[in-house]
Design a protein around this ligand. Structure first.
Ligand SMILES: [Fe+2]
Length: 392
């Protein structure tokens, strides 16, 4: 996240003696990306962030991913996935994945273990409920419609709120960093006037989170798998930090849609970019106002992308009649031309407003299918444009 933030106590000059009340030194840590050549934060710990007393290999139980073969447009219903008393880290179920990104879903109702993902940034979309996300930078409250970006190697845990029925999360794990589209940022990182959201819409931790504890376990996802560290003291021991690298949230309702006289292409809805993927927000909006405009999309062969849509509110205009509901996902792979369901183009002419909300993930490499995709697929979807399937 490109703009500067300061929380808690920090010394006036970086890399100078900063002392605790007992006279000892706070331990300074620089957390930075791209080898000291990009955004970073300086954090001041009561204990040593290096002091581990154990490291144990943990089995990764996410299961295999399989290619989309035969190649088909597919739909899935996250609302049909079963979760017991789940946590947002270890009970996350994998829907899709490739070398760049892993996409999962969880309905979490109990606290997660302390966790950090050293393989890349994580992006959550909150589909319902609410939670407190505690991090080494401080806490963030998240609720329906929030996006939350958690930087690589940021230790955190998710505490779902019981009185809200827990929290439902679409989880997007990158092999790299996730941020706002660069075209919306100035050379120095300020959001530009044509950006659909800006600094005022963004929330970050506002006060330190300091927890006492010894021999504290932290689950670490890294390139080779999962390792459980035991730290001598609690990792939530940061009394202050400053910099431009920290977890941040903003709500999809604060994304201001860009509209036009005729149909606007998906890049106007872009919200984030990651390595070899983008995330877009389709929000309730006034639609195309040319008198003869067709507000739903034209058929399109976006030949370099797999297009995943997560339908989160309303009744998506272009998909009416396809079985898509709130909680559904559609996957339109490269190699398949997709478009509105039959009748949707005609029905949309003259519409003034679309009351629909969807989150789209476009990946530049094909998405393979995980166990949660297999468990929730609506196998009728591929044939909904023709109205008949094989043998019919
Ligand atoms: Fe599309």
């Amino acid at each position: 996240m490109p703009y500067y933030r300061q929380v808690g106590e920090i010394p006036h000059k970086r890399h100078t003696a900063f002392r605790k009340p007992d006279g000892g030194l706070y331990a300074e840590e620089l957390m930075g990306v791209e080898g000291f050549s990009a955004d970073s934060a300086l954090l001041y710990h009561r204990g040593l962030p290096t002091a581990i007393v154990d490291a144990v290999a943990i089995e990764d139980e996410r299961g295999p991913i399989t290619p989309n073969h035969p190649l088909k447009p597919r739909a899935f219903k996250t609302q049909d996935l079963k979760f017991g008393d789940a946590d947002a880290v270890t009970d996350r179920r994998r829907l899709f994945g490739n070398a760049d990104v892993t996409i999962g879903f969880v309905h979490a109702t109990r606290p997660s273990p302390l966790y950090r993902n050293a393989a890349g940034d994580e992006l959550f979309y909150v589909q319902g409920g609410s939670a407190t996300v505690e991090t080494i930078y401080g806490s963030l409250e998240v609720g329906d419609g929030d996006y939350l970006v958690i930087p690589t190697s940021c230790t955190y845990r998710v505490l779902p709120h019981d009185d809200d029925g827990g929290v439902k999360l679409l989880t997007i794990e990158a092999r790299g960093h996730i941020g706002p589209p660069k075209r919306y940022l100035s050379a120095k990182g300020q959001f530009l006037e044509h950006s659909p959201y800006c600094e005022r819409d963004i929330r970050g931790p506002s006060e330190p989170l300091v927890v006492d504890g010894t021999d504290v376990e932290v689950l670490v996802r890294h390139r080779a798998g999962l390792t459980r560290y035991t730290y001598a003291t609690h990792p939530f021991d940061v009394v202050g930090w400053d910099g431009c690298l920290y977890p941040w949230a903003f709500n999809i309702d604060d994304f201001e849609p860009i509209t036009g006289r005729v149909h606007q292409p998906p890049p106007v809805h872009q919200t984030f970019e990651g390595p070899n993927f983008v995330v877009c927000s389709f929000c309730p909006r006034k639609v195309d106002y040319h008198p003869e405009s067709i507000p739903v999309p034209y058929n399109h062969a976006n030949v370099d992308s797999d297009e995943l849509m997560f339908y989160v509110r309303g009744n998506y205009e272009a998909r009416k009649g396809s079985g898509i509901e709130v909680g559904s996902l559609s996957l339109h792979p490269s190699g398949f031309t997709h478009g509105p369901q039959p009748g949707a183009a005609e029905a949309s002419i003259g519409a003034q407003f679309f009351d629909e909300t969807a989150v789209m993930v476009d990946t530049f490499a094909p998405l393979d299918l995980g166990e949660a995709a297999d468990a929730s697929e609506d196998h009728r979807y591929a044939w909904t444009w023709s109205g008949r399937g094989p043998g019919a």
